[in-house]
Design a protein around this ligand. Structure first.
Ligand code: NAD
Length: 353
């Protein structure tokens, strides 16, 4: 089993292994970086095939949260937890109480939230054991998806302004893949601004609903990525930009909510070489994270929303830096993030005399 030599270890500050025989808890809490503030990140429950898989996932995801929080302008660092288990079969109140106790032992260095396999009820259970939990009903931040959609919406506006030199979306053709909690809400916002929508979801009822409500054109699951459009908004799956799809993409801009849209980092460069503006996903989809973070100091919806709107300026900064330094936008985003979380690093190895 590898921890320190794992690919995503990348100077993690702390990795905590939690176990409790009485309720079969097996969990890992990874804290990547707290230079900007306490680490914040979701808890994933998944039936990992091996312990190594769970460790690798925790390290990769918590590192990603450091970058995401930094570019979201949040006073938080990056952390993540994973629970080894099947969320449909292995969930108990006792297990999450025990995890809450483990979070409490970290005295606020890690703030837990929901992720794949966990939900608001699990957060409420942990709230009985620790106050270092967000995304609860009690805390008031509610469903994150509308905030994620709002962030994606303003992000699309920033990308269109940068690429097409227009300030509004009137008549802009946007292909949306996935009409789930984020995708559908996004369509609503885009339609209100006068965008022409092309949509595709596995769920044909959602397609029909979008056709009726937004006058959207329905595309097939295979064709949506290759539609003639100004903006492609992936809101379903990761790795949609890959060796098989990239040559067929005709959009001028890619900007959507889905996590990890680039199959590999090199696809960011490949998009830039094809003159397609890629909007780094973790910047664009930070609205939900921004929203839950506001629970920590007394939730205020208006303040959370105003903060989500700053995604617009952050993206313009990334695009400008990418142009100035001739970098792919995903690389420019990472550099700005690193600058933000490394700059605030405490001066180590300096002894006052
Ligand atoms: P969701 O599960 O509510 O919706 C996903 C939709 O995609 C579903 O309607 C599903 O039928 C559809 N879909 C699945 N495969 C498809 C395919 N091949 N082609 C077309 N449609 C397909 O998820 P969501 O909460 O709307 O999130 C969408 C994406 O955004 C996910 O990748 C998620 O990780 C990411 N994201 C979501 C949030 C959030 O706040 N919900 C925050 C950050 C990132």
């Amino acid at each position: 089993m590898t921890v320190f030599a794992a690919r995503d270890f990348d100077d993690h500050e702390q990795v905590v292994f939690c176990s409790d025989r009485s309720n079969k808890l097996l969990a890992i809490i990874a804290i990547h970086n707290t230079n900007r503030g306490p680490s914040l990140g979701g808890c994933r429950m998944w039936p990992y095939a091996t312990e190594q898989e769970a460790i690798d996932d925790a390290l990769r995801l918590s590192r990603g949260m450091t970058y995401k929080s930094a570019l979201a302008g949040l006073p938080y660092g990056g952390g993540k937890s994973v629970v080894i288990g099947n969320p449909r079969l292995d969930k108990t109140k006792e297990l999450f109480e025990s995890l809450g106790e483990n979070v409490e032992r970290l005295s606020g260095r890690y703030i837990i939230a929901e992720d794949v396999g966990t939900n608001v009820d699990d957060m409420e259970t942990m709230l009985t054991k620790t106050r270092h939990v967000v995304g609860t009903r009690t805390g008031g931040s509610d469903n994150p998806s509308p905030f994620t959609a709002l962030g994606v919406f303003v992000g699309i506006k920033a990308a269109v302004k940068h690429k097409m030199r227009v300030n509004n979306l009137d008549g802009i053709k946007i292909a949306v893949q996935g009409l789930g909690s984020v995708g559908y809400k996004l369509c609503e916002l885009l339609h209100k601004e006068g965008a022409h929508l092309i949509v595709s979801d596995i769920d044909t009822e959602l397609n029909e609903k979008a056709k009726k409500e937004f006058n959207a054109k329905i595309s097939s699951l295979d064709e949506i990525l290759a539609e003639e459009c100004d903006v492609l908004a992936p809101c379903a799956l990761g790795a949609i930009v890959n060796d098989d799809t990239i040559d067929n993409i005709k959009a001028k801009v890619i900007a959507g909510a889905a996590n990890n849209q680039l199959a590999q980092n090199r696809h960011g460069l490949a998009l830039a070489q094809r003159n397609i503006l890629y909007t780094p996903d973790y910047v664009l989809n930070a609205g939900g994270l921004i929203n839950v973070s506001y629970e920590q100091h007394g939730y205020n919806k208006a303040k959370a929303e105003a903060h989500v709107l700053t995604i617009y300026d952050t993206l313009l900064e990334i695009f400008q830096q990418a142009d100035a330094e001739k970098l792919p936008t995903n690389v420019a985003a990472d550099r700005i993030a690193e600058n933000r979380f490394q700059k605030s690093a405490p001066k180590k190895n300096k002894i006052a005399v």
